[in-house]
Design a protein around this ligand. Sequence first.
Ligand code: DPP
Ligand code: ZN
Length: 853
Amino acid sequence: SGVIRRADYRAPDWLVSDIALDFDLDPAATQVRATLIVTRNGAHDAPLRLDGDGLTPLSVKVDGIDTPYTMEGGTLVIAVPGDAHEIETRVEIAPAANTQLMGLYASGGNLCTQCEAEGFRRITFFPDRPDVLSKYRVRMTADKARFPVLLANGDPIASGDAADGRHWAEWHDPFPKPSYLFALVAGDLAANTATFTTMSGRQVTLGIWVREKDLPKTDHALHALKLSMAWDEQVYGREYDLDVFNIVAVDDFNFGAMENKGLNIFNSRYILADPDTATDYDYDAVAAVVAHEYFHNWSGNRVTCRDWFQLSLKEGFTVYRDQGFSADQGSAAVKRIEDVRGLRAAQFPEDAGPLAHPVRPDEYVEISNFYTATIYNKGAEVIRMMATILGPQKFRAGTDRYFDRFDGTAATCEDFVACMEEASGVDLTQFRLWYSQAGTPRVTASLEHEAGSGRARLDLRQSVPPTPGQPNKAPMVLPLRIKLFGAETAQPIAEEQLVLLSDGDAQLTFDGVTERPVLSINRGFSAPVIVDTNRSVADLAFLSAHDDDPFARYEAMQQLMLDTLVAAVTHGRADHASVIEAVANTLADPALDRAFVAEAVLLPSDSFIGDQLPVVDPEAIFQKREALRRDLGKALEPQWREAYEAARANRFEYSPAGKGARRLKSVSLGYVIASGAADGADLAFAQFDAADNMTDRQGGLTALVNSESDKRHAALDIFYNRYADNALVLDKWFQTQALATRDDTAAAVEALASHPDFTLANPNRARALVGAFAVNQRAFHSGEGRGYRFVADQLIALDQLNPQTAAKLVPPLGRWKRFDAARAARMRSELERILATPGLSKDMTEQVSKSLE
Ligand code: DPP
Ligand code: ZN
């Protein structure tokens, strides 16, 4: 059945201590010779099995002698007599024909690699599993004019000229690594370089390699790299370990970036940034991804994963680390709000749907399908909860122990947790359920107050929903930060405490409570759970004005908005007064930072509102949300204009304050337009036209594209012509239209799929149009299945080129159970049509068939 199970893990039969790779590089036909030093691992007589995918051996030698072999599927099987041998294989591959972007491929005329998870077997025969660690020596020969730069992992050893205008370079990586961390790049590239001195005084040469014309856009990434290197020394005591650290940006890339040892390869969208082409969001994302990949040098590379079921060991931990880095660079509160919003947008629905899986999965068909929000973002929350429970010193003692003990090895999630236990003395037995149980836990919290006795009682109850393959769940350890405020004095009644809810239910009592208490719970989003409380509109409004935890304050406002919108959709009620008052108070509070205000006054997204309802009605949600937006716009129009004008005075500066001002400016513009003000479109066009940065330009464009104003056509044309030669900005042009809230979005998106600049061959472009449209809840679900058909057509076509990227776009169609019967039937029939496609990839087959269950 092709299912791989965690329980079936066995240590490798053969180890490879060293590998020498010799590449004769050419886009059409690259020769690869691999020489492996293999040793038998344990007492067995199993043959040597080397994974291959689409490879045909040109020769196979054992200890220098041509040797017979067999092929089992793609796997090369060689019966070898002794316990230690030198194996040499030769193959030929065609990078230019590689549309999957896995293995060695061509992008923009350069050659590069992507091997995680199982791309190395598309380059050469090898035991392609993360627990086989080897020292790599790489020699590359290529045409010197076409590929003047030759890079690989580790440190450069030697280089020189060869015959016929060719040249060569040799690199050596002294750190044993799994094959998924192998990388090479050959291209016409230029570097922005710098030197970093590590904490022990070693000099490291940093290089960010791009097309020459993109060099001016690399300063931000280079700066972020230096900050990351210093941060990992200060916060985790981790120092860089090679003489060089190179990053290469490529335009065609499945992931955001890849942490190959000493040679990170990036999707160019996470490297290139300047004010004219990158938004503040892009700047932040560049820094976060640069940090993430750099941090993998320890959490992933020095200590890697035993098997792919342990993927969250490196990804959850590394996301937690990059979140900490970003929090330290700007507003920690706003960063937490953004991260929780992301978790709720992607991971909560995943955990509630057909693709739900534990942070440490038990089985998979195609590992590429498990690079998910659960592995990454819920995984990061699991690490965060351990840090919360242990406290910073013990958590750091735990990570020190983990890095020291497992350095140079392939470890498991269990190893990590055991280090945390040993370093802290805290028993994490029950906590481990976070690794094995899928589904978002739900907490019900109800606070009762007896004025007579001055006693307040908080009842907590938890439940974990059933998920595919896991019908019954045990109670989990939920760390909940809790505090009570007095409704009259706004003073704390009880100081913040960390409650570890580990039973199905629990009661807490508070004595001497003389005024009505208001509950602040899950402060800082201390547990990744859904909390239902019996808090009234008045309580939520109170917290939105007085809570001293910024996340809880934001959360109270969101809950107030959500309750209002859910009531509107469910009962047709339109009582907007409390929200308007709470938003007015937030806007008027001079103590709040502008970035926080912008987050707090934003309404929950259409999809998040839908997630609260038993059956999602996309049109009703959109209309009720628009009605609230309009009322907020009208009722507070002077305040929005004032906020807009105040922010407009700033010249561009990439700083927390500058970002906050721009964010509030765009949010305020949105509300001015929502109010129906006659000058709304003019304001948006003026902002678009006069912008000295992409945040403002795209903010103006988005407002126009969502409006009925004719100016939107002009703005789209100006934007297109200005950036016609910039792929990353053209992605924004496609995406902004795919996310538009207009009635005709579905038709516009279909037309854009025939635009000369649209291509499924580039993952960023495919995601910008198809991926964005599929999460535009109203547009995707409009038009009696038209949106579903369009997305299914695109996925079928994309699967032919790039199964990994296609399979990532299946989840919106897989959410059919959340919709009415007519929509559900149409969504299912598109899934069935995809599944019936001849030659469908393993990636798509797994995602689609699970989505139909
Ligand atoms: N490159 C991807 C990441 O860093 C997979 N490791 O998350
Ligand atoms: Zn990662």
